[in-house]
Design a protein around this ligand. Structure first.
Ligand SMILES: [Mg+2]
Length: 389
């Protein structure tokens, strides 16, 4: 039996939305949807792996078509197989993609590679006939835990959105089973943000906790001014205060903010993650790491990031990835991450859960679907199938 990648297809799709955070608006946001087509048949159907990149970084069609997909298709198919020869080896496919790429300067090639890598893992788990989270747990000698913590990310700035709309939005997340909600800060002045935070805290009361996200907007002075304001409140975390690569700022902030800090969604390699751990003053007993595999070279690289964390005394349970996609849900369930982001009302059909999966007490339970589980989400699978056929 041969196992061969016969095609890698990409299409750039809009995921626009009239929202903004402290840094960007999402009116022209796009994503790349990728299909890795194999010659393997399962249950009378050809195995196709699917992937897409997380919101916030735009589609990567040029890079995918010109470099990364082309290298996979040019590689000797035998060199992409596992030792037994009955499945693809994701690390070998990854290695083929990264042929003739210099180190460092990760730019957005990490998004292009991460998108294809997601599709490769989907195909590998489907060929193995298992949910990806179970395949991952087996590979790492762990027990899978299909119950995963999820929190509701929203609270964006939106034209004409006042405090009552913001409160109503947060209430609707609670009504849908979430017990941690997140809102944006830094897109207004500190006085207005304090009123927004107080309004949300009053609305959610003891039913939920609130996280806030500055999206890398603040310099050190503003970040500290906010820290002094925010530490009056029992927040779940204070996220991405300054520039993602300014580790000295993050470390200085820790002196003013005893509560949990979170960051990492805009670090795209295990080397950058290592620098954050080495120099960013992040505390393994309370802080959270948000690296998103779909933006940062995929799961092959994410496993290296988890190794880096382990070496430095961090548990995978301190990771709650950015992005709200099913890939990170599988990693969480398979490798023991602390949970995953979720955008209940945004970035559809890409984000969210398989049909019928409900949030209860801030957790979902993964269904046993082969691969990543995209086939269980009908609106998303419709788009995927159109690309593959
Ligand atoms: Mg964020």
């Amino acid at each position: 039996m041969s196992v061969r990648i016969v095609d890698v297809r990409e299409i750039t799709k809009p995921i626009s939305s009239p929202i903004r955070n402290a840094y960007i608006d999402f009116t022209k946001m796009t994503t790349s949807l990728v299909a890795v087509v194999t010659d393997v048949m399962r249950d009378g159907k050809r195995v196709v792996g699917y992937g897409f990149n997380s919101n916030g970084r735009y589609g990567q069609g040029g890079l995918i078509r010109e470099r990364f997909a082309a290298r996979i298709l040019e590689a000797d198919p035998k060199k992409l197989l596992n030792e037994v020869g009955d499945n693809l080896d994701p690390d070998k496919v990854w290695g083929a993609m990264m042929t003739n790429e210099k180190p460092g300067g990760h730019g957005e090639r990490s998004v292009a590679v991460g998108t294809i890598d997601m599709a490769v893992w989907d195909a590998v788990a489907k060929i193995a006939g298992k949910p990806l989270f179970r395949l991952l747990a087996e590979r790492h000698g762990r027990q899978a835990n299909p119950r995963v913590f999820v929190y509701a990310a929203g609270g964006y700035y939106y034209p004409g959105k006042g405090l009552s709309m913001l409160r109503g939005e947060m209430r609707s997340y609670l009504d849908r089973g979430y017990n941690v909600v997140k809102m944006k800060i830094g897109g207004a002045d500190i006085g207005e943000d304090r009123m927004r935070i107080e309004a949300v805290l009053e609305e959610i009361g003891k039913d939920a906790q609130l996280a806030v996200d500055a999206n890398g907007r603040f310099n050190l002075e503003t970040g500290i001014a906010y820290a002094k304001m925010l530490r009056d409140y029992p927040l779940f975390w204070y996220e991405e205060v300054g520039d993602p690569l300014d580790y000295a700022l993050q470390a200085a902030l820790a002196e003013f903010y005893p509560g949990p800090m979170a960051t990492g969604e805009n670090l795209f390699s295990h080397q950058d993650a290592r620098n954050l751990i080495r120099y960013g003053g992040m505390r393994p007993d309370r802080d959270w790491l948000q690296f998103d595999c779909a933006l940062s070279y995929g799961l092959c690289e994410y496993q290296r990031t988890l190794d880096v964390l382990k070496t430095h005394g961090w548990s995978p349970s301190r990771c709650i990835p950015h992005g709200g996609h099913q890939m990170s849900l599988n990693i969480a369930a398979g490798l023991g991450l602390g949970g995953n982001e979720s955008y209940p009302d945004l970035f559809q059909p890409y984000g969210g859960f398989p049909d019928g999966v409900r949030v209860e007490n801030g957790h979902i339970t993964m269904p046993d679907l082969p691969g990543i589980g995209f086939e269980g989400k009908s609106d998303l699978y419709k788009e995927m199938k159109a690309l593959a056929e």
